[in-house]
Every structure is written in C-alpha cells, then in structure tokens.
Design a protein around this ligand. Structure first.
Ligand code: NAD
Length: 358
C-alpha cells in the first residue's frame, strides 16, 4: 500500500461507503480481544472470521459467541486465506513478535497499545510492516473522543496560541486482583513497566500528539503493593522541543478512582479535557472549539466503544484508499521511548534528555 498520511483532518467518509469488507482474526481472546470482536462485528465493512488464543477455552468462547472459526495456532491464523488483518490483543511484550510474523504473511495489522514493550523490537516491527507494505495501526482510542480530537484541531490551527504548559492527571484504581488474575500484568517481562507503560501511555500519546517531540523528562515512580514488580504510581516533568512544559501524575492506587484530565494552556487560551470531553475552553478572541462532525456510529454500542469504532473506521478507510491510518507506528514508538525515559530518570535520579539518534 502507498502510505500517504491522512492525519490532522476529521476522517469523514469521503464519497461514503467502504465497499470491500475487511475480515479480521482476533489474536488473544481475553478482555480486549472480546471487546475488539464486539466492536468489529458492529462496524460496517468489517467482520471477525477467526479466533486464536493459546488458552483454547478463551478462543472457543469467542468462536462460539460469534459463530466463527477457532484455529489451533498462530501459524494457522496467518495461513488462513480468508483473514485480511489480525488484531493483536495478546500480552504487550508479544506484539512485535506476532506483528512481524503477520507482516511477513502480508496481513494488515491492528495492535493493541503499546506497539511493544521494547523499542528495539518495535523498530523491527515497523521495518517489517514497511518492507511488506501492510496497513498498520496501534490502538489509541483516546485520540478519537470529540474533545481530544477538537483539541488537536485547535492546536494545529494555533487557536490557543503557542502552547506553554500542560498537565495530565490519570488517577485510577485497580485492586490487587486485577494484577493477580493475569500472569503478565505488573511484570517487567509481560508489561514492560507498570502504570506508565500500561495506563499512562494513553495520555503520553496524547501529549506527544498535541505538543510534539519530548526533549527532557524527569520522573519518580513508586510501587505501593506487594503483588507486582512494576510501578503503580508515576510522576514526571516533561520539557518539549517546542519549549512547552508539562507535569504528569499517573496511578492505579487512587481509591476509588477519578476522571482523567488533560490541561493545556497556550498564549491565547486554555483547554481542559476530562475523560476526552472539553470541560473548560476559553480563548482571548472568543473562538469556539472546532468540534468534529463524525459519521454516526454504525450500531448502538456502549459509549466507551465509540472511540474504538472511529479508529477502526479510519483503519478501514486507510486500507480501502491505500493511505496511512491516523495513528502511526513511528508515533507509538516515540511513546514507548518516552516511557523508557521516565524509567531511566527514575532509576538514575536524574533528568534524561532526548537521544540524538532518535
Ligand atoms: N486500549 C485499551 O484501553 C486497553 C485496555 C486494556 C488492555 N489493553 C492492551 O490489550 C492487550 C491485552 O490486554 P488484556 O487486558 O486483554 O489482557 P488479558 O490477559 O485479558 O488477555 C490476553 C490474552 O492473550 C492470551 N495469550 C497469552 N499469550 C498468548 C500467545 N502467545 N498467543 C496468543 N494468545 C496469547 C491470553 O490467554 C489471554 O486470553 C495488552 O497489550 C494491553 O496493553 C488496552
């Protein structure tokens, strides 16, 4: 596929219908695999045809629910001629290995975030996708809320003036069972980190999307419970290449859990997002936020599925047009490199500057 960027504009259906239905395999049929399957089945121009999980019972549950084929191995998934694209919902540290094999089998790819837990593997994943010309995106559903999207448009149009400073607060609550019920969450080998790599990553992605390249990070992390190896609290300071500063605070132990917030203050105005909605907006010239005019959701999902569906609609359009999806692999790589800067800073008790090799 030729990969021209389609980023930055509201991806309204140009000329309407996506005519070629895309047939997906769900790989990893746990919490997110089940959710993706529901979203795909409710999205026009897409359907799930294959389920695979190393836990055969989970794949069987999904196959039975959707009346689709269960396969016994990942190789069989990739050999299936009726599969156009795979959705990788395995533990995060497997994304690149599975993704590279998918690219080499000429399957298009939607992978759950993060792109992988290791930047070097992620680079090989991106190289394999490019070499095999497959359509490839990373789930970043938070970009697809009305407010998040409007803020991006506003920043691109300089509506807030030069961005000066930002703040992110992700204060969620997960109980110990959330970690102990899986063999990979809270483990360096499976998750590649803790709250920063798994939950905070959504908002680090947004900060980078809004403010660009990170120049410097200074961070501290803490682990408040005995059942995990990785951090469940992370705080940090960021300086962006454009001069903007940001603070960030992420936690999975803020009982009972709070709405996440992202605040941006520019020379001409401020915008505060709460759970992806604009909670505050004011500019010195009185301009209104540029809210998107999305196509109606194609089925009556729970509201939390709608941003995922918009990202699938973008992926389907990109496949049909031979363009690049909005959420680009190189951006997802930058995000995990930035998370790694947090860990390096916290370990060495020192600020970490962007490596010139990036
Ligand atoms: N976008 C979001 O908001 C969001 C939310 C939660 C999780 N995630 C991401 O989704 C991914 C999956 O998370 P989850 O919460 O669904 O985890 P989960 O533990 O519920 O599901 C993972 C599934 O992968 C299967 N699996 C393990 N090893 C496998 C292998 N080698 N081959 C095939 N299947 C294998 C497991 O049996 C399990 O069914 C992670 O990368 C996570 O970061 C994203």
């Amino acid at each position: 596929m030729g990969l021209a960027n389609s980023s930055g504009t509201t991806p309204q259906a140009e000329g309407g219908e996506i005519l070629t239905p895309t047939r997906f395999a769900i790989v990893g049929c746990g919490t997110m695999g089940m959710r993706h399957a529901e979203i795909i089945m409710g999205t026009k121009g897409a359907r799930v045809v294959v389920a695979f999980d190393t836990d055969a019972g989970r794949a069987a549950d999904l196959a039975k629910k959707l009346t689709i084929r269960q396969v016994a191995s990942y190789e069989e998934t990739l050999q299936s001629r009726d599969v156009d694209a795979v959705v990788l919902c395995t533990p995060s540290s497997l994304h690149a290995e599975y993704g590279i094999a998918a690219a080499e089998a000429h399957k298009d790819i939607v992978t759950e975030k993060p792109i992988d837990t290791d930047p070097e593997r992620a680079r090989r994943f991106i190289a394999a996708a490019e070499a095999n010309q497959v359509c490839f995106t990373i789930v970043s559903q938070n970009r697809w809320h009305d407010g998040s999207w409007a803020l991006k448009q506003a920043l691109d149009r300089q509506m807030l003036g030069r961005p000066l400073h930002a703040h992110v607060s992700v204060k969620w609550h997960r109980d110990d069972k959330y970690y102990t019920s899986s063999d990979w969450r809270g483990r360096w080998s499976g998750e590649g980190g803790g709250v920063l790599m798994n939950q905070g990553i959504h908002y680090i992605d947004l900060l980078l999307w809004y403010l660009g390249e990170v120049a410097e990070v200074e961070a501290m992390v803490a682990t408040s419970r005995g059942v995990i190896e990785t951090e469940d609290i992370g705080v940090g300071l960021l300086r962006f290449a454009n001069g903007a500063l940001s603070t960030i605070e992420v936690s999975t132990c803020a009982y009972p859990g709070f709405s996440e917030r992202l605040e941006i203050h520019g020379a001409k105005g401020s915008c505060i997002l709460e759970q992806g909605k604009i909670a505050f907006w004011k500019t010195s010239d009185g301009a209104e936020p540029p809210l998107p005019n999305w196509p109606a959701p194609s089925s009556d999902f729970p509201a939390k599925y709608i941003p995922f569906q918009r990202q699938y609609q973008d992926f389907l359009r990109a496949r049909a047009r031979g363009t690049a999806p909005v959420v680009r692999p190189e951006e997802a790589l930058r995000v995990i490199e930035t998370v790694r800067m947090f860990y390096e800073s916290a370990t060495n008790h020192a600020a970490v500057r962007l490596r010139s090799s990036r």
